[in-house]
Write a protein that binds this ligand. Sequence first.
Ligand code: SF4
Length: 78
Amino acid sequence: MAEPTPIRVEVDFDLCQGHAECQAEAPEWFTVGKGPEAKVRARRGAIPDDHLEAVRAAVKYCPTQALRLVHDDANPQE
Ligand code: SF4
């Protein structure tokens, strides 16, 4: 089994507009409610290797750039 990587996702809820692109890319990691006030709910903690590609795609395709990846060990951001 793959070791979890020390990378997690952070959400800027001021930017999130509930587009749900993230949920489409990584449904294991993001859920978005319905309605005009919907915001994303993201899982916390280290992202396992087998989810990382999908989460990276979610970050990339979020239209408002509300998501970012954070490396817990050295703190550089992607
Ligand atoms: S794609 Fe971006 S704006 Fe849309 S729900 Fe996900 S985080 Fe929010």
